[in-house]
Design a protein around this ligand. Structure first.
Ligand code: CUA
Length: 424
């Protein structure tokens, strides 16, 4: 079981606001900079406790990437421990391992609320147990004439101004503190998306939630309009060299409510039909960040998984350059391509550079550049084993998904899989 050592709080340039972020956010960042130290120690302690109780679990079946997800505590508490198991690697989805400023804000708030409510719990339970013990029923004291069954009758209090003022004022004070801190966190997390401009190093992505997968359109990069469409796996550049590379997401839904939640990068934000929401993230730690749809959206809600890959700027540029290209034209796959284009796959899927221009289902132009299929459910192996199983019968793998089985014959399946495998 591999567990990441948390970097020292000072090592994370988390509070560095992107160059083009509004003054409001900058002010919030500065404000937080002066205050997070006390929480860091509690965070570290909670992280240890979390690890000790098996916070990260590796238990995956052979074919599925992430079937094991347990929500440890309720969303209402401002977060949750989402435990995802992956094929071979352990994926950390703890909100207490933030790797992005909005996630850090959420973690700080959660720890403070846990500390306050934990203190109240200890005080209330302490008084309760003290009272139970102190005033427990005892054997009747026969020596007393009045037949009292207990030896001590607690003093009866009928109205006490100081006590009443105290137990009215204390909760009000606590609630006011929680409201103020929550408001500050909202302020930090919800920044206005700045206008893209050349040289801003920012990535603008439109995320569309669909039953049950994610469509990503890379709108702008460094002020350059792109409009590249991909699905389920989003690549972002890291900010590990002192240059902030923020990612601004525009969130929409094509059908029902969904919710974008990659716990280590940011809190959840709903994707609402007919409405546009936004969020931002920025990380200086390369790696894979996983998450999942956090709003029940139908049968396969639990299998609407997210993968955000934070690449070095060079790797990211390579990925972006490849995504910008039209689909690979391999003469050896001409028959496969013709077969694909003759089937009704083209009504829903797009392969840029071919006649397949559907936009209802995931864009397949660079299918093999993705690690998984079916929105993170199964691996996308180079041999096409899972791809083949998926095309042959999607309903067995993801029951209720909107891709039907076309009952392709073996030769048809061979050709289609061979063609799709060439789409790097
Ligand atoms: Cu989409 Cu739940």
């Amino acid at each position: 079981m591999v567990r990441e050592t948390p970097p020292a709080a000072s090592a994370l340039p988390l509070r560095r606001a992107p160059a083009n972020v509004s003054g409001k956010a900058l002010a919030a960042g500065v404000f937080v900079n002066q205050h997070p130290t006390g929480l860091t120690a509690i965070a570290r302690w909670l992280k240890i406790a979390h690890g000790a109780c098996g916070g990260q679990v590796a238990s995956a079946t052979r074919t599925r990437i992430a079937p094991t997800r347990i929500l440890l505590w309720s969303d209402a508490m401002g977060g949750g421990l989402l435990l995802a198991a992956a094929d071979s690697a352990v994926q950390n989805t703890s909100i207490f391992s933030p790797a992005s400023p909005p996630a850090q804000s959420v973690a700080n708030l959660s720890i403070l609320i846990f500390a306050i409510t934990g203190f109240i719990f200890v005080v209330v339970e302490g008084v309760l147990f003290y009272s139970i013990f102190k005033f427990r029923r005892r054997k009747p004291d026969r020596s007393k004439r009045n037949g009292s069954i207990g030896t001590t009758e607690p003093p009866q209090v009928y109205g006490s101004a100081p006590i009443e003022i105290a137990w009215t004022a204390a909760p009000i004070l606590i609630v006011v503190v929680i409201v103020l801190v929550s408001a500050r966190t909202l302020w930090e997390v919800n920044i206005d998306t700045p206008q893209p401009k050349p040289g801003d190093q920012a990535l603008y992505v439109t995320v569309v939630g669909k039953q049950w997968w994610w469509e990503y359109t890379i709108d702008q990069r460094n002020g350059q309009p792109l409009g590249i469409v991909t699905a389920n796996e989003l690549h972002i550049p890291v900010s590990d060299d002192g240059t902030p590379r923020p990612v601004f997401l525009t969130l929409k839904s094509a059908d029902v409510y969904h919710s974008f939640w990659v716990p280590r990068l940011a809190g959840k934000t709903a994707l609402v039909p007919g409405r546009t929401n936004s969020m931002w993230l920025q990380t200086d730690k390369p790696g894979l960040y996983v998450g999942q749809c956090a709003e029940y959206c139908g049968t396969q809600h639990a299998n609407m998984l997210q993968r955000v890959v934070a690449d070095s700027p060079e790797e990211f540029q390579r990925w972006l350059d490849n995504q910008q290209k039209l689909a690979v034209e391999d003469p050896a796959q001409a028959d496969g391509k013709a077969m694909f284009l003759s089937l009704s796959c083209v009504n829903c899927h797009r392969i840029r550079g071919t006649a397949a221009q559907g936009n209802y289902a995931p864009d397949l132009t660079h299918l093999m550049s993705r690690q998984t299929l079916a929105s993170g459910m199964i691996p996308n192996d180079r041999e096409g084993k899972h791809l083949r199983e998926w095309i042959a019968d999607p309903q067995t793998i993801k029951p209720g998904c909107l891709m039907p089985s076309f009952n392709l014959s073996k030769p048809q399946l061979d050709l289609v899989v061979a063609y799709l495998r060439s789409l790097d």
